[in-house]
Design a protein around this ligand. Sequence first.
Ligand SMILES: Cc1cc2nc3c(=O)[nH]c(=O)nc-3n(C[C@H](O)[C@H](O)[C@H](O)COP(=O)(O)O)c2cc1C
Length: 187
Amino acid sequence: MNIGIIMGSTRPGRIGEGVAKWVFEQAQTRSEVNYHLIDLLDYNLPLLDEPNPPMMGNYTKEHTKKWAAAIAKLDGFVFVTPEYNHSTSAALKNAFDYLYKEWNNKACGFVSYGSAMGARAVENLRLVAGELKMADVRNQLMLSLHSDFENYKVFKPSSHHEKSLKAVFDDVESWSGALKTIRKNIA
Ligand SMILES: Cc1cc2nc3c(=O)[nH]c(=O)nc-3n(C[C@H](O)[C@H](O)[C@H](O)COP(=O)(O)O)c2cc1C
């Protein structure tokens, strides 16, 4: 099974990079599943510029095809999201909007950070996940800008977060396994 850890911030100086790398490091203890760290910056997606609705799967641009191929081969996701104006980043929302079937019938979990621990960003993302036919797990890891980062910049997670992250991994892995069956029946 292959699960993607998607880094939701593309901002210069983003603190999310430290978070996503730590999530990836923690994932290395999971022996049954391959985790992949996915940086949206590597895909350089402009604001959605496809002429056809993603539901049609008729992608015309090289950047869309590359992004679609990366997401298609994954069975589930852990989204690492900042909170911008009570929602996720525009970059992550844009990356969702590019595709459709590549997200469908896959599981996802969330790791969020912000002054209110990114809670509102995740509530917002759960609506997006529903529309894209993703199964979002209940467990989530919420990190505080005030107590999990030094000077609001350097990620220094409290040790109890490892347990919450493990719960996210457990759920995403079991649901990803279950949903594989559904995708097989559809194909
Ligand atoms: C455009 C913008 C809007 C923000 N809005 C919120 C917000 O609504 N709630 C919050 O807790 N933090 C908010 N913040 C603060 C971010 O949590 C903080 O800047 C964090 O470092 C962003 O993650 P990043 O550095 O990985 O991009 C906002 C930051 C930006 C840049």
